[in-house]
Design a protein around this ligand. Structure first.
Ligand code: IMP
Length: 195
């Protein structure tokens, strides 16, 4: 079975493909189909955005579509950047976003640097049948950038129970991350669905 993965984010594509690699499905990215996937992410929640992306993907390609919306929620910033994680700064790039977070948390002690990543995956089987899967990963924001693996805010997020950032953990991230947790549920669902 072929499934369209409605994202252009290389970091997400890598992780999703790795975690779903043992399923009997072919994952098609916009690049594989030589199309541009464009979807305005203007929803107020991860669910809204994931739903929008899944329906847009299904409409655009006709394939069952997987999409995901995710972001970082920092307690001290009252849940920001949240759904706006990718566009927390005008330049909308990881370097600037990280710089902004670190400067907003400057001088703030570890106990107050709690944060979590959240991920919502939508699976559009048809326009009327969309399933959702959710995952969270708690942790805190480091005082400086550490590591160069992964993407996004990985260099400044230390998951609970660890001393290293996601960007230092590398492959291990795929066992404990918000995306991994949501994908494990999706995987269970697909295993039954594919029988
Ligand atoms: P969106 O889902 O396309 O709105 O983008 C989510 C944004 O949240 C990404 O561009 C990253 O900035 C951030 N993000 C989501 N998941 C992760 C992750 O696993 N590591 C680091 N940053 C992430």
């Amino acid at each position: 079975m072929k499934i369209f993965l409605a994202t252009n984010n290389k970091g997400k594509i890598k992780e999703i493909k790795e975690i779903l690699s043992d399923l009997n499905i072919e994952i098609l990215t916009p690049r594989d189909l030589k199309i541009k996937f464009i979807c305005k992410e203007d929803g107020d929640s991860f669910y809204e955005n994931a739903y929008k992306k899944a329906i847009t993907g299904l409409l655009q390609t006709g394939y069952i579509t997987i999409s995901e919306d995710s972001g970082l929620m920092i307690d001290y910033l009252k849940g920001a950047p949240g759904v706006k994680s990718a566009r927390f700064t005008k330049k909308k790039n990881n370097k600037e976003n990280i710089k902004k977070v670190l400067s907003l948390l400057k001088g703030i002690k570890k106990e107050q640097r709690k944060a979590k990543f959240k991920c919502v995956i939508a699976l559009a089987l048809s326009f009327k049948k969309v399933k959702f899967f959710e995952g969270e990963c708690e942790g805190y924001i480091s005082e400086k950038e550490m590591g160069n693996k992964g993407f996004g805010y990985d260099p400044i997020f230390i998951p609970k129970g660890y001393k290293k950032t996601f960007a230092l953990l590398g492959e291990e991230k795929n066992k404990i991350s918000h995306r991994a947790k949501a994908l494990f549920q999706l995987k269970n669902f697909l295993q039954t669905f594919l029988k």
